[in-house]
Structure formats: structure tokens, C-alpha cells
Design a protein around this ligand. Structure first.
Ligand code: FEO
Ligand code: CA
Ligand code: CA
Ligand code: CA
Length: 636
């Protein structure tokens, strides 16, 4: 009898799960998390062999090791039921209100939002942008400043006053460009209600036209030079800023995601280069029409312009005169967010996902070390960029992207053609990496892999194989999962890690196979397409969804997009909020006193079926909401 058979028999004898047995047999205190996860994964893989095989790869369900039923719950609220109401639903004992809404003026010289016209170029430049996403709060010690990404616009909503539902003239394009970027604004609380402080000296709009300095390895490289900027050092604007990050030195990171959808070609016969094609740049845009009023978005005339987008942008929200910086050392791809950890050694480690089907997960490790109160201004300009390779046995490596490993000519080229560099070293294709979040209580990182209908169906845009693999175990993955990893020896700069899956989302009322989800998914907490992700100060993980809200078929019973809270120790997941119709819930930050959590509601009514938040016949508008407890208690 080999060891595994012996284990299986003893498990059966004692009525224990394999993991309970494993827990009893393996004293954990002397082990690191890395050791424990590797051991567990290796054991389970052997144990599961032939059982949990989803299209060829065994899923290593870390959560099946977890015992939510036995542990005392740390989720002290009544779960919200799935629903399709055109409003926000929060647990009993909690209240919400809107803090900042698309088109709301930041200065008193700007007009109030006009429901009929939905604003002009001039009004939008002085108002909160559209489709808010990632955000973070800053304080100068007295005043509170909120920096918020305004990711994109829904043409049918912002141009709803136009017969075509599209931009029809240059001012419409001006409005569209101004609705993008970042809104920085002071907010204040009066009697439990937060709102914008108009005319604050901190208020600022950064848009698709704001000058941004290009820094890091690609600064000045030929690939970044254009007619308007022959030095390749100053780009105009940032757009499609999705998730965010923040640094301990007080700056905000805005991540450029689907930058490609804004470029087009006036020459329909123009063929974009293979390099541009890898990033999805085509001769037609996604309906924004920016090239009709701003020639730099015409790739047949300015083929290097797309090389100047797709970066992480660092902004000082407490200095409205500062020039934002595109940090090319962090690579160019469809950046989701940037989760920054300062390792014990002082090195800054930034974890980042590239949100496209079959693209990769990255980390940057700074060359210099962070020092409190020191000069950290350019820490994100030099260091090593790595991409993740996951092995099916529960381990993985970070592969450095250098001229030697990639065969590319220079670090500058790697900083611009990062996807190609990652393909060259054999990185693991992922199911659309969205937000990455670090557990503040231990060296452990999580990433939402939102979904991937192409998994096992066709290769990524670089031709890389996308057969099922360890952390992406389901073909045509329509539900998504959350992967987590522990750096070797708890050292974020290490190149080794151990991983498992915190949750496989699914629908146990429709499926009884892998698409039912992992054990911690039930009829009461099911969801699809995890996207936004952040830890609160107590070590609980807030999960936001951007999924299918049809409430039918594979998604029956899931209702509108939602926000849940997960306990990384027990695997328990509970629904905290349901959003209005056709919205995505994305972006989260807390007040310094932890009595308010700010949450983003993006594009309610994106298909025309919401009047949130105004109700009646009003135009649906993205907004930042504040949630507080009725008893004024702590919330995360
Ligand atoms: Fe803007 Fe990948 O979400
Ligand atoms: Ca997202
Ligand atoms: Ca998404
Ligand atoms: Ca969205």
C-alpha cells in the first residue's frame, strides 16, 4: 500500500475530509505559508488524480481545505439576496448615498448637469468624469482628497441627445475626451453625508488632453517619437484608466487599460503593424471618433501614437500643478490595477494584470528601496519586470523580462512591447487578470481572473496556447475564479511562489460539475466574473463583479452585479451589496476613520434600462457612493 492509499483509507475510517486529515497530521506552526501550500497542493494533486480533472488539468482548490462551517464567521452582517432592482441594496443596518455623480461640477463656475443635453465639452471639462472605476483617498492632515479614474463613456448615454447616439461634431468629441481620465477632488462629510467641495484648490481634471511626462526605460525611444513630440518624452492625455494603485509616498496610480479602442485610420487600406495588432489597434475605433477631431488618433498618420498609451500613470493628488508621469518600467499592456507592496527589504513590488483573454500577470520589483520621508519620487522608473509562469503542481516562477531572456534589443523595447516579451519567455496565459490585491495580514496576493470564453478554444492575440492549465482549469470559462499565491519565504522579491485557487465562481443551481463552482460557492452567494478586489484593514477581501446580469440560463439566480466579502482564512464568501440594473460595481476605498466605505457604481443602464441614481425618467449616471453603518460603527 503506498502512502496515498494509506491516507485515503485513514480518511475514510475517521470520517474526515482529506484536508481535515491533512490539517491534523501536519503541524503548521513551524512551516511557512509557502511550504504549507506546496505540500498541500502536491498532496492534493496526487489524491485528486483522475477525480477533479477539468479538461485535462487538475484544479487545486485551496478552499476545499477551508472549513467555513466550523469557523466562527467574521462576516457580521446579514447577506443581501440577489436581485434585479434598479437601486443599491445593502444589509440591514447600513445606509448609502451618492457622493459624486457623472457631470457634477467641481467648480461653481460650471453649470449643473443638464439632463436634456447631457453636457457639453466645456461643462464636462469642469465636472466629474464618466464611468468611475478605481479610486483612492488622500489626506493633507486636514482635508480629504479623492482621486477617481473615469474609465470610459457609453456613447448611447453621453450622446443620448444625438439622433445617432454617437459623437456628431468636434464638441461632442471634446466632451468625450473630457469625460475620460481622472477626477481629483476634495470631499467632506457633514452629518454623515459626503459630498464634493466645490472650488477646492485640490480639484483637478486630468483628461485625454493633459500633458503627461514619459519616464523610465522607454523615455525618448524611437517607438515613442511622434511629429508633435519628436523627443518622445511628453504624451498628451491618459484614457481608459481602469483600476488603480496607491503608493506609501502619497501618490496615485491610474492604469491605462483598453487604450486601443480610441485609434482609427482615415486610410481604410492601412494595415496596422503586427506590434499594434497584438494590442488590438485596428483601423476602426470603438465609436469614440476621436480621430475626427484630433489627428493624433489616426494611426495611418501617426503610427507611434498608440505606443504612448497602455502604461501606469503616477499622479500627485495633493499637488494640482504637478505633471503626471507614465512609468514605462511597469510595462505596456492593458493594465487593470497596480497593487503595491513594500517588501521587508524596502523594495517596492507592484503586482499587475493584463486584462485580455489569454494575457499575463506581471510584477515589478524596484531597484531602489523605499524610505519613509525620503526621496521616492522616481522609484518606479528602474527595476526588474517579471511575468508569471504557473505550474500545475501548485508552484510557480516569476520570469524576468530582460534583453537576455526575451531576445529583444533593449529594456526600452520590452517596456513598449511587453506582451511580446512575455510570450517569448513562456508566461502562463490567464483568464483575463483583473484586480490584484495584497492581504495586509500576511504575504499573500490574490487576483481576479474574471472569465475567458476563449479558454481551450483559441490562442491569444500572440498565438500562445490557451489550453486549460492549473489556475485556469475550465474551458470556455464563463464564471471566473480568484487565484492566490504566496511568495517563497514570504519575500515579495523572490522568484518562486506557491499558488492555489481561493474560489471558482459558478452556479450550483444549474451545474453539478466544475461549473457549479468550488465548495465555498452556494445558491446563496453565487456570482460571476469577479473583477474589483481589495482588502480592508481587518484582512477581509471585498470582491466586486462585472459579469453577466441576465439572471437567466447559466446566470440564473445571480441578479445584478454585486459586491461580496470573503474571508481568506475560512473561504467564507457573503454578499454585501447588489448594484442597480446593468451596472458594474468597481472601485473601493475607505475613509481614514474607517466609518465610510466608498464604492464605485459604473455605467448603470448601459443597455438602456436604468434611471439610477436619480430615478423617474432621469439619465442613468455612474457615481461614487458612500456606505456607512447606521450606528456609526467601523466598516472595514
Ligand atoms: Fe476595466 Fe479589466 O476592467
Ligand atoms: Ca475591471
Ligand atoms: Ca471586467
Ligand atoms: Ca465596465
Amino acid at each position: 500500500m503506498d502512502r496515498l492509499q494509506d491516507i485515503e483509507m485513514r480518511i475514510a475510517d475517521h470520517g474526515l475530509s482529506f484536508d481535515e486529515w491533512d490539517e491534523l497530521q501536519s503541524p503548521r506552526t513551524a512551516e511557512t505559508d509557502f511550504d504549507r501550500v506546496v505540500d498541500r497542493a502536491m498532496s492534493r494533486r496526487g489524491f485528486l488524480g483522475g477525480l477533479a480533472v477539468f479538461g485535462g488539468a487538475a484544479a487545486l482548490l485551496g478552499t476545499s481545505a477551508l472549513t467555513p462551517a466550523r469557523a466562527a464567521s467574521r462576516l457580521g452582517f446579514d447577506a443581501v439576496s440577489a436581485n434585479t432592482l434598479d437601486t443599491i441594496t445593502v444589509p440591514d443596518g447600513y445606509r448609502w448615498h451618492a457622493v459624486a455623480t457623472w457631470g457634477e461640477p467641481l467648480w461653481s463656475d460650471a453649470p449643473a448637469f443638464d439632463q436634456a443635453t447631457r453636457g457639453t465639452g466645456a461643462s464636462q471639462e469642469r465636472a466629474f468624469g464618466d464611468n468611475n472605476d478605481g479610486m483612492a483617498l488622500f489626506s493633507d492632515g486636514t482635508r480629504t482628497v479623492l482621486a477617481v479614474n473615469n474609465e470610459y463613456t457609453n456613447r448611447s448615454i453621453i450622446y443620448g441627445a444625438r439622433a445617432t447616439g454617437l459623437p456628431e461634431n468636434a464638441d461632442d468629441v471634446r466632451k468625450g475626451k473630457a469625460a475620460h481620465g481622472i477626477s481629483v477632488m476634495e470631499i467632506a462629510e457633514t452629518d454623515g453625508t459626503w459630498g464634493i467641495v466645490k472650488d477646492s484648490t485640490y480639484n483637478r481634471r486630468i483628461t485625454a488632453d493633459t500633458p503627461i511626462e514619459i519616464t523610465g526605460p522607454a523615455r525618448g525611444h524611437d517607438l515613442l517619437k511622434t511629429e508633435a513630440d519628436p523627443s518622445g518624452t511628453t504624451a498628451l492625455g491618459t484614457w481608459n484608466n481602469c483600476g488603480n494603485g496607491r503608493t506609501p509616498w502619497g501618490t496615485y496610480l491610474a492604469c491605462e487599460e483598453n487604450f486601443n479602442g480610441y485609434f482609427s485610420s482615415s486610410d481604410a487600406s492601412y494595415t496596422p503593424s503586427a506590434e499594434l495588432s497584438r494590442y488590438g489597434v485596428k483601423t476602426e475605433d470603438w465609436g469614440y471618433a476621436w480621430a475626427t477631431a484630433d489627428e493624433r488618433f489616426d494611426i495611418s498618420k501617426h503610427p507611434n501614437e498608440p505606443n504612448r498609451a497602455g502604461y501606469v500613470v503616477e499622479i500627485d493628488p495633493l499637488d494640482p500643478t504637478s505633471t503626471p508621469k507614465k512609468r514605462t518600467a511597469l510595462g505596456r499592456f492593458k493594465h487593470e490595477n497596480a497593487e503595491l507592496v513594500v517588501d521587508n527589504s524596502g523594495h517596492v513590488v507592484v503586482y499587475m494584470g493584463d486584462d485580455e483573454r489569454g494575457e499575463f500577470l506581471y510584477k515589478f520589483v524596484s531597484e531602489g528601496a523605499y524610505s519613509i520621508g525620503g526621496d521616492n519620487a522616481d522609484l518606479l522608473d528602474s527595476g526588474t519586470l517579471y511575468v508569471a509562469r504557473f505550474h500545475d503542481d501548485g508552484t510557480g516562477d516569476w520570469l524576468a523580462l530582460t534583453p537576455e531572456t526575451t531576445g529583444m534589443a533593449s529594456q526600452a523595447e520590452i517596456s513598449v512591447h511587453t506582451r511580446q516579451a512575455a510570450s517569448a519567455v513562456g508566461a502562463t496565459t490567464m483568464d483575463r487578470p483583473e484586480w490584484v490585491a495584497a492581504n495586509p495580514k500576511k504575504a499573500e496576493i490574490y487576483c481576479c481572473l474574471t472569465n475567458n470564453k476563449n479558454r481551450g478554444v483559441k490562442p491569444n492575440a500572440g498565438g500562445d496556447d490557451t489550453s486549460v492549465n492549473g489556475p485556469n482549469p475550465r474551458e470556455k470559462n464563463n464564471y471566473g475564479q480568484i487565484v492566490r499565491w504566496m511568495p517563497e519565504n514570504g519575500d515579495h522579491t523572490a522568484t518562486g511562489f506557491a499558488w492555489d485557487l481561493f474560489v471558482l465562481a459558478g452556479n450550483p443551481t444549474v451545474h453539478s460539475d466544475a461549473y457549479a463552482g468550488s465548495e465555498n460557492v452556494t445558491a446563496d452567494n453565487m456570482f460571476n466574473s469577479p473583477d474589483g478586489l481589495a482588502f480592508d484593514s481587518t484582512g477581509l477581501m471585498w470582491i466586486q463583479t462585472d459579469g453577466n446580469y441576465s439572471n437567466e440560463g447559466d446566470f440564473a439566480g445571480m441578479g445584478n452585479n454585486q459586491m461580496l466579502i470573503g474571508d481568506p482564512e475560512t473561504g467564507e464568501i457573503k454578499r454585501f451589496l447588489v448594484g442597480p440594473n446593468e451596472c458594474e460595481v468597481t472601485g473601493i476605498t475607505w475613509s481614514p476613520d474607517r466609518r465610510t466605505v466608498f464604492v464605485g457604481i459604473q455605467h448603470p443602464g448601459e443597455k438602456g434600462n436604468s434611471h439610477f441614481p436619480g430615478g423617474g425618467a432621469s439619465v442613468p449616471r455612474s457615481c461614487v457612493i458612500a456606505i456607512r453603518r447606521e450606528d456609526g460603527g467601523l466598516i472595514g
